[in-house]
Design a protein. Sequence first.
Length: 406
Amino acid sequence: MIADFQQHLWLYLSIPFISGFIGYVTKVIAIQMMFAPLEFKGIRLFGLPIGWQGIVPRKAEKMATVAVELMTSKLIRPEEIFARLDPKRIAKEIELPMMAAAAEITREVAQEYQPGLWEGMPEFARKRLIRRVQAKAPEIVEHIMTEVQKDVVHYFDIKHMVISNLLKDKRLLNDIFKKVGKQEFKFFSNAGFFFGFGIGVVQMVCWVLFKQPWMLPAFGGFVGFFSDWIALQMMFRPLRPKKIMGFTIQGLFIKRQNEVAADYAALISKQLLTSRNMMEELFSGTHSARVIELVSRHVKQEIDLQAGIVRPLVVYAMGGEKYQRLKEQVATRIMAQLPETMKHVESYAEDAMDVRNTLVTRMQQLTPEEFEGMLRPAFKEDEWSLIIVGAVLGFLIGEMQIHLML
């Protein structure tokens, strides 16, 4: 045996390295299988899909739901962030664009409904009417924002906003998990090599002693299986620090809670819980009909108020039905302008809502069990498939190893 070992020294020494390579490659492939491809790639055989789609994109809706449940229950509430906005400041921020829009809307609607009356009015009278509308437009927005703040959940659906944006851009969902678990994924790959190398030393000794062909694919399969399983466990277990033989150990992901909180908060605040996405949800989301009704009510009240004592004369001149249509048209035009106008509030809103710092503080206060739920869903349900793929790949590489050894 010693003579055989010396004669084939480099061949025997290659066994631990090949085993380490198996451990590393199976981990890299496992990570790739989590995130790619974004859409299903494969064929349908007898009605059954044969192929693969990344675990995170395939479970996008469930992953997004888990993420939003964590956000809304533990990290941030829409009532809280909307309460930080000052309606008066918002009205001031959009004053110039809103005044320009109000002037344009006034001219268009007046020409459409009373072209002769509008064209026959003296220039000073037209300007005076436009100025009155302009002066009231920011006030309308202020009243609307105040009313929204009183019952945020009635007008704003944060769950729909988060889930729809993540489903619309599965790459963003991937980025969240990659960013949050970047250190763990790196460890996952490297650990595969070292676990594989250690098992490979045992494999080498067994081969020197027994030289059974079944051993190499069996060890390869075991390396792929065991290194996947143990690396996943080390990422999340134990949840709380434990002393073993004088060393304090804890799940690698859990131990990095403060660092992960900063990465997660930066990504979420810049790409998901942005003021632009919130305003878009407000004006075109699931509850937008309620917002439209709210805007319409305030605009119509303001028109009636501006008409004042001459309202009966205006109604008489235009006709009641036409007057109502005019109010509807003005409300519709203002509503159409609001999303674009509200973009001027984004800089102020980002600072006022302070989503990033709120997320960091709250995430650092999560229990280990709650914190685990941020990344573990990406693994948990399909851990078995990643481990099995690792075992199969290890077995196949071991099979090829037989030909090298023999």
